[in-house]
Design a protein around this ligand. Structure first.
Ligand code: HEC
Ligand code: HEC
Ligand code: HEC
Length: 136
């Protein structure tokens, strides 16, 4: 195969790989989609590491009562605007307020609640794939 053809094929396959990565979610982010998509919003991407380097675990997981489980908190916008969960900080004082919806609702449509690219989610999608293959 000529070098130029190889190059074209490589660029093309890289472009295919890049498509699913266009979402804002990065490794370790928590994707939260208990209610968002059902309500016509994109799933929420919570950048865990961004927050972890700024606050102690205790601030969120003890004082604010966040359960340590992806999707384990029943959050909705009324509670958040009322100052619970994300709203304890995203109130225009500690951090920008809830008005900028798409800074939080930035997930790709169709993404389910998970820790982004966690071992668990890889195993899960592997298992799903095998299940689908065995059904064919
Ligand atoms: C700014 C708030 C905040 C801080 C600080 C924070 N977390 Fe979290 N954490 C969250 C939220 C929000 C979730 C997702 C909960 C959900 O999906 O309902 C989460 C999820 C988790 C999870 C389950 C998902 C996963 O990645 O496995 C663990 C474990 C966890 N946190 C541990 C920690 C530890 C350890 C620290 C300190 C080093 C910490 N968190 C600091 C807010 C925070
Ligand atoms: C303990 C306080 C605190 C809590 C709770 C909190 N945040 Fe934040 N968040 C911050 C601060 C501070 C910033 C940085 C704001 C800035 O740069 O102006 C931030 C920034 C962000 C960013 C932007 C990150 C970036 O790359 O610039 C997103 C997205 C975000 N938060 C989502 C959430 C979501 C979703 C929740 C609830 C699940 C949440 N936050 C809960 C304090 C918090
Ligand atoms: C600071 C982060 C943040 C911002 C900003 C934000 N949301 Fe949310 N929103 C959340 C979280 C977290 C949930 C719960 C996600 C889930 O479980 O699907 C949620 C859930 C929702 C839901 C479904 C639950 C419900 O309350 O009905 C709707 C609709 C929604 N948001 C609309 C909005 C709109 C409209 C805006 C802008 C005016 C906005 N959100 C801004 C974090 C945010």
């Amino acid at each position: 195969m000529s070098a130029i053809l190889k190059f074209i094929l490589l660029t093309f396959s890289l472009a295919l790989v890049a498509v699913p990565l266009l979402s804002k979610a990065e490794y370790g982010d928590v994707l939260i989609n208990n209610y968002s998509e059902d309500a016509g919003m994109r799933p929420v991407v919570f950048p865990h590491w961004f927050h972890r380097i700024r606050f102690r675990c205790k601030v969120c997981h003890a004082d604010l009562g966040f359960k340590m489980q992806a999707g384990g908190n029943q959050m909705n916008m009324l509670k958040i605007i009322d100052g619970e969960y994300c709203g304890a900080c995203h109130n225009g004082e500690v951090a920008w307020s809830v008005e900028t919806c798409d800074l939080c609702h930035s997930g790709m449509p169709g993404m389910s609640t998970q820790v982004h690219q966690s071992t668990a989610s890889k195993l899960l999608s592997g298992a799903n794939r095998k299940k689908q293959e065995s059904q064919q």
